[in-house]
Design a protein around this ligand. Structure first.
Ligand code: GGG
Length: 361
């Protein structure tokens, strides 16, 4: 008997609630075609709506409720009109990443045919790389505090944290990924000239890991020039490994150079599968466009494809389902219907339906 995969479905806030139905539509079409048994459990918490009723983003037993899941499909978090962004983020998504040890945030960046590229002279295939973002430490900590609060002597300190354990495991993942790819090239995002304690150390961990991967060429680049090269010379990149904040910024910038951040998926992975991994669009809740059904659903749909691939360890039906979804995305990006960020006039639902119909064939 084939395995039944338990999936927690959390739309979250804003356009997360609009793109999730399209992610599920395509997911279900793929599951049916490739005979993958999914049990989807809708969850209304991890949202600012829940916060408005309960004064917190999630119930106290959230971890117990999610622990038996094989994966979490997540939309977006944030509704700053009612809940400060740091409260909603630390009260939901960052708890998942920490408590479920999703220490890899894998973010593919790809220029598709049919998508107008803001960089002159680039065509499909010219931009095709992965950002591997460290996802549990670095600049994202709650270590620090405020002294003399509210006075003119106010002092604010927030620490960054880089452990050998945490850094080595993200380096290992990035080296393995680079080693598995044709170009075998790894860019290490750093800032070791200015951040003169932690970043030279980060570079040193990359050097140490490189000893085990002689086929991988390593290029350490300061984050400022690296960002410029994402725009000016995107073809240089194959796999990029970065700390939590640097990776967050790069994985918005990269997709922006491919036409729209509305395409970019992500996988928050616990590679050992001890805890559920989480799959979500890179984009946030976009309050400015919520309620119009105009958000691009591709990032959500591609995230669902990454989930199927991960669940089945990139083999068999899950890999086939992933490939069919990506192929359907490629087709719809060329022939439409397309949402406004892609130069089209279609709404979220129409684009999702078109992709689902191709997947079902
Ligand atoms: N779907 C992703 C989402 O809602 N992101 C909100 C956000 O601000 N995330 C910050 C982060 O990924 O660290």
């Amino acid at each position: 008997m084939s395995k039944r995969y338990q999936i927690a479905v959390i739309p979250g806030d804003g356009i997360g609630k609009e793109v999730m139905p399209e992610g599920l539509r395509v997911l279900q079409a793929a599951a049916q075609r490739f005979d993958i048994d999914l049990e989807l459990t809708p969850i209304a918490w991890a949202s600012c709506d829940y916060y408005a009723q309960h004064g917190q983003m999630m119930p106290d037993d959230w971890k117990a409720q999610l622990s038996g899941m094989d994966a979490i499909l997540f939309g977006a978090v944030g509704w700053p009109a009612t809940v400060p962004d740091h409260v909603s983020l630390w009260g939901s998504l960052l708890k998942f990443r920490r408590e479920f040890d999703q220490y890899i945030n894998l973010r593919p960046v790809r220029l598709f045919e049919g998508v107008p590229c803001p960089l002159a002279g680039r065509k499909a295939g010219d931009i095709d790389y992965f950002v591997v973002r460290e996802n549990t430490e670095g600049e994202y900590t709650n270590l620090g505090g405020v002294m003399y609060a509210g006075t003119d002597r106010e002092i604010v300190i927030q620490e960054s944290v880089y452990s050998r354990f945490g850094t080595d495991r993200v380096m290992k993942y990035a080296f393995e990924l680079a080693n598995s790819r044709e170009r075998k090239h790894l860019t290490v995002a750093t800032k070791s000239n200015g951040i003169a304690i932690s970043m030279p150390w980060w570079d040193g961990r990359a050097d140490a890991m490189a000893q085990g991967y002689p086929a991988v060429t390593v290029d350490k680049q300061h984050i400022d020039i690296l960002s410029a090269r994402f725009v000016l010379q995107p073809g240089r990149f194959d796999v990029v490994v970065a700390s939590n904040l640097f990776g967050d910024i790069l994985s918005d910038l990269g997709p922006a150079t491919t036409g729209t951040i509305g395409l970019a998926p992500s996988a928050n992975l616990n590679p050992e599968r001890k805890f559920p991994s989480l799959f979500e669009p890179v984009h946030g809740s976009a309050p400015d466009i919520y309620g119009k059904n105009i958000a691009n659903p591709v990032a959500m749909i591609w995230s669902a494809a990454l989930m199927l691939d991960f669940l089945t360890e990139s083999t068999g039906a899950g890999r086939a389902a992933h490939d069919a979804i990506v192929k359907a995305i490629e087709t719809v990006l060329v022939q439409g219907p397309r949402t406004g960020d892609l130069g089209g006039t279609a709404n979220t639902t129409a684009m999702g339906e078109a992709i689902a119909a191709l997947v079902a064939q």
